[in-house]
Design a protein around this ligand. Structure first.
Ligand code: MG
Length: 415
């Protein structure tokens, strides 16, 4: 192929993907779950709670991510549901990334259970080939952590990511430039990162069904028909994506803490959205607390099933950290953002404006407020403190109302 010589083939990029991550961590800590169909879910007492992850046995029984617990139990009556422990998943994620970092400083997490590694000119120190290095890394994670990973090895991030999906669990897939026509182009378009249901349908109308079809289509046509995403898909399909793997140390000094989730089935009702967002907020708050940070910018992002991205954020005058404070704002933002009809494929919550905890004035929780309201007899000292506290909160609520167009919080009169 004429353009193959334009490919930047000297790099060695790995994409490492933990297999069935949430469920695997749960099974690791509670081995009795391994031989049962199990799912990590929202609140099982709420019949509309959704499946966030499932193990192999549940998968074989037809359980899907993002379906309700009752839908899942209809297919798999003996399904064991466990609540997510996001701090635990975060902890394991750090442990796994720390292992990757023993081999290269360029480790870029892509979600909680996936990372890109740039092993260019480094794999030679550890193995006789990039594939052998990937094999030894899988063994290391299996033995040291007890989880399995699938690894894609290629010359760019997109193809490494595609490779890690081709064989799992616990497998290595290499995609070299020469493999492009034989291993990649015959694959269905949905194997390519960012080709979702709606884009796939639009491509199929044009009789573009495989990644090879994308590669052979005039890039200018794809760009005019699909915009930026068309341009990118053409580069991806031709092996020309070339972005760097970020250094972990540079990510460490995070300017923001965010978490997103792509749902295998589009979300179309408030209950599922609430469950999805709730899990994301849990994880963001856990990371915020762990990093000893407070935030004053909160953003909610949603990607529709046709890959349009919508986001909304608010900046507060004071920094916050507590879950209930962040949740109220996230809920407000999603209510402003979602039109109640667009199917949602991805939700993300990001907090920024990070400062070190204790170095800036932080707002009291709403619970603090109500408890101070309930106090009827207080010592003089406390009374002064309490009214100062209430004034601060009144000011905050006033500002929030101004910023968010009213009705953010209704502060009752002293009871
Ligand atoms: Mg995974």
């Amino acid at each position: 192929m004429r353009f193959l010589n334009k490919i930047n083939s000297h790099r060695t990029i790995l994409h490492c993907d933990c297999n069935g991550y949430y469920a695997s961590v749960e099974c690791l800590l509670r081995p009795e779950l391994c031989n049962l169909p199990m799912a990590v879910t929202g609140n099982p007492e709420n019949r509309h709670g959704i499946v966030l992850a499932k193990n192999q046995l549940a998968k074989e029984a037809g359980v899907l991510t993002a379906e309700t617990i009752s839908e899942a139990k209809r297919k798999c009556p003996n399904l064991v549901c466990v609540r997510p422990q996001h701090d635990l998943y975060q902890e394991y994620s750090v442990k796994i990334n720390n292992i990757y970092r023993e081999y290269t400083e360029r480790v870029e997490p892509f979600g909680i259970d996936e990372s890109f590694l740039d092993m260019t000119d480094l794999w030679q120190n550890f193995a006789i080939s990039p594939a052998k290095f990937a094999d030894s890394l899988r063994k290391r994670i299996r033995e040291n952590i007890g989880l399995t990973i699938s690894v894609g090895v290629s010359f760019n991030k997109i193809l490494a990511k595609l490779g890690s999906d081709l064989k799992k669990p616990d497998a290595t897939t290499v995609i070299s430039p020469e493999d492009l026509p034989t291993k990649v182009w015959p694959l269905d378009i949905t194997n390519l990162l960012y080709v979702g249901k709606v884009t796939a349908e639009r491509l199929r109308i044009l009789n573009i069904n495989t990644i090879g079809d994308i590669a052979k289509t005039d890039p200018a046509f794809l760009a005019s028909y699909f915009g930026k995403i068309g341009e990118n898909l053409s580069l991806y399909a031709r092996g020309l994506e070339n972005s760097e793997v970020q250094k972990y140390s540079e990510l460490d000094e995070a300017k923001s803490i965010g978490n997103g989730m792509t749902f295998s089935e589009d979300l179309t009702d408030w209950t599922k959205i609430k469950d999805g967002l709730s899990g994301l907020v849990d994880e963001v708050v856990t990371r915020l607390i762990k990093a000893k940070k407070v935030c004053n910018v909160i953003q909610v992002q949603l990607k529709s099933s046709d890959f349009q991205v919508y986001s909304r954020q608010t900046t507060l005058d004071q920094h916050i950290q507590k879950r209930e404070q962040i949740w109220v704002i996230v809920w407000q933002l999603i209510n402003e953002l979602w039109d109640e009809t667009t199917p949602i494929r991805l939700l993300a919550v990001t907090v920024s404006g990070l400062e070190n905890q204790g170095e800036v004035y932080t707002q009291m929780s709403l619970a603090d407020l109500s408890s101070s309201n309930k106090q009827t007899v207080v010592a003089e000292d406390n009374k002064t403190k309490d009214s100062a506290k209430q004034d601060q909160i009144r000011n905050l609520v006033f500002k929030l109302n101004q910023q968010m167009g009213g009705n953010f919080l209704k502060l009752g009169k002293n009871k």
